[in-house]
Design a protein around this ligand. Sequence first.
Ligand SMILES: Nc1ncnc2c1ncn2[C@@H]1O[C@H](COP(=O)(O)OP(=O)(O)OP(=O)(O)O)[C@@H](O)[C@H]1O
Ligand SMILES: [Mg+2]
Length: 236
Amino acid sequence: MRLLEVSDLEAGYGDVQVLRSVSLHVEEGEIVAIFGSNGSGKSTFLKVLIGTLKPWGGTVKFMERHVEDLPPEERVKLGIALAAEGRKLFLGMTVEENLLLGAWVKKEKAKENLERVYSYFPELYEKRRELAGDLSGGQQQMLSIGRALMSEPKLLMIDELSLGLAPAVVDRLANILTRIREEEGISMLIVEQEVSLALDISDRAYVFDLGEVVDEGRSEDLLRRDSIRKTYLSVL
Ligand SMILES: Nc1ncnc2c1ncn2[C@@H]1O[C@H](COP(=O)(O)OP(=O)(O)OP(=O)(O)O)[C@@H](O)[C@H]1O
Ligand SMILES: [Mg+2]
């Protein structure tokens, strides 16, 4: 089934248009990556999908239902979750308190979901009583993803997966995400600056430039495409 279907999306801030006729879809169980230069509208696109920014035009369908007019809470209830850019954690609260904030839609299953998140990220269990602000960057990213998982999403969106993290941490995160998809069939939409990582981790990818989709395809095909290699992988 087509889990997410976005058609001809237009959006911006004030009277400045950012997204221009963006169409994109995610199938059930798929990992889809978005990459593109700074300011190309990737975060803006995720904001429209989670509902914190209203689109000017176009449609967003989730599980065949129009969601453009739903507030973010309703979208989370339907199964969309966002681990936002900058991670947006409550740094003065503990790790476990941050995770429980993500559980508001599934209160009755909070304990079960805590255990599930801790099984993917054992270091969060070890640090569960420490302040989020005392975690390393990698652990904060795990916490941000873990908090998103607490609502049992069908579509997990992550903005800037690897930003500021050491390569070994990024490898681990990528492995864990692959495992989560295998074990639970959760679909993912991942915004990632590091193009080789974006293409490694995903089944398909979209390239954004100046608010438009300028290329798309299966990730293995994009990896071999000369234009992509020259522009984004610095291969001559
Ligand atoms: N809250 C805002 N108000 C006004 N303009 C904004 C706002 N947020 C983003 N923009 C502008 O919208 C455009 C797209 O920004 P966006 O953050 O979506 O890009 P991005 O692809 O996520 O970039 P990056 O790779 O730097 O994260 C940019 O020109 C940016 O300056
Ligand atoms: Mg961004």
